[in-house]
Design a protein around this ligand. Sequence first.
Ligand SMILES: [Zn+2]
Length: 307
Amino acid sequence: MFQTTIARESCAEGVGLHTGVEGYVRLVPAPAETGIVFRRVDLDNFPIEAQGHNVARVSYATSLMKQGVLLSTTEHLLAAIYSCGIDNVYIDINSIEIPILDGSAEPFMQMLEHSGVRKLRRKRRYLKVLKPLEVSEGDRRIGIYPAEEFRVRCYVDFPHPLVGQQEVEMLVGPDTFRQLLARARTFCFERDITPLRGMGLIRGGSLDNAIVLTEEGIMNGPLRFPDEFGRHKALDLIGDLALAGLPLLARVEAHKAGHSLHTQLVSRLLADPSLWTITTGSTAEAVHTGEEAYRAALSPVPATPGD
Ligand SMILES: [Zn+2]
């Protein structure tokens, strides 16, 4: 398997969910060994790598920060790029937050379809998990386990007549992501809107970019899937796992988790090199050339405190 990038640029523009700031996002082809790198074009192309050690504040969205430069709400775009197997890409952005668009990953999948895939001449490297790692907070937990492919299982339980217990289990790839998760939108509870606005969040939120749950139903139906909420949480999970910095060979199980637990798992995994190795395939054969460079690039990674 060879590394990939996109064949041509693609662009979208819109408002940021939390900041309410208008901006654009442009995908640009990148050479092998670049990884997924955001560039703040409004700050002289300042680069922020999509890697665990750049995770900043994590509460209602995942934010990256490097040398004081912040970038918010990365998870939906990263979920699409990571599921599509794009190893190297520049994500140029002219504001502080990735546009929310319709609240799902579908518009990003359309960008990626427009961009196409280009194979590069370097072998793809995978981060293969060798030993389990679990992180929990009360009844919320997440674990990562050895596997020969990348699978996720995501369980949610919200006390609401339209949500309740929902579970998604899948092998992650472009086709499964497109069919099962990409169209699932973000959501919030009507009762949380005023408190969230009070915290300076969801300033760009509207009925066009989030499902709003009332006490009994939803404000802006119909749902795209009966279990759209569980599917969206799985989408968020994959977007946060992209911060591993390499494609994973692992099984991840999330139980009522969220961005904080997702990113804690990634940070703790990367911080302990005895838990994983880097390989060029699904066999256990380790790559020696360049492995030290990759370890250096991926660690040391401080564990992220919970929010
Ligand atoms: Zn989300």
